[in-house]
Design a protein around this ligand. Sequence first.
Ligand SMILES: [Mg+2]
Length: 335
Amino acid sequence: MSENTVNQTLGEMPESAILARIFPRLPSSDATIVGPGDDCAVMQAPDGRFVVTTDMMVHGPDFRLEWSTPHQLGIKAAATNLSDVAAMGAKPTGMVVSIAAPKDTEVTFLEQIADGFHDACLELAPGCGVVGGDLSVSNTLTISVTAFGDLEGRQPLLRSGARPGDVVAVTGRLGLAGLGLAALFAGEKDTTNPLLLSAQLSPWPPISQGVAGALGGATSAMDISDSLIMDAGRIAGASGVVIVLDESALDDLAAHLAIECGVDASHARQAILYGGEDHALLMTFPADVALPPGFTALGHVVACADDETPHVNMGEGVLPENGWNPYTGWNGEIS
Ligand SMILES: [Mg+2]
């Protein structure tokens, strides 16, 4: 293949030739009966049900090419969708991926996105793969993913299942991605701890812990995409309960994060409470159940008093629901 061919842009090639370059790089799904190449893929659904979710990343509000490599974009697009499947207690089985890109985009750019999907699936959700998708042209690079998962005979983990007396627990990291985003906004990419940048640009959530939590008796779950407080508030609201976070557990997490990343403890604490995009899994478990390995207790669930509405608190009273809003961006400062 000549150098000229390698650097061809999307607008210079027939779609079939682009797909012929991308398909071999994509991860394959163990649940595939008929893979890419027909009008639809055909997938197994042995449970008789499947979970499905979709998440779109748009250049500008969701990522910036001056910050992210195409490989990182592939990882992030895969990881955020796999995380939603995990948050239902399901095992990811497949994804369909649609990308709209400017016609002067080099095909190698899409190949590197495909490599990101490959690496994320291989490590985070073995057996899950890309079973189809679509390409289109747009001046705004957009990556849209729909992911599927298998409940393997279990009940789905819903946000509405938390009960008074349950323990609130988390698995995965909190605060890293928020600190990474704050550093990027501050123009400090070159001097920031790489751990923070990779947490923001190519998150690596604990996907297999979704099934582990379900098997361990979780009563509710969601992945923390917008902020711990905002997402805990969603479980509280859906379940009609109050979530009480344990101040000393938060202090321990903040102290660890501060030392690990070289930030002060109050900064770390704000990132843990109000930063998003770490895609840690937040779950509730009955108090008499041992937490599965890798889960840390963060608080507990209590019933709403007569005049009380569902909310999240921690010693100092109701916590503001700061975090990510897709139309207004971040509200609440973490830096
Ligand atoms: Mg989610």
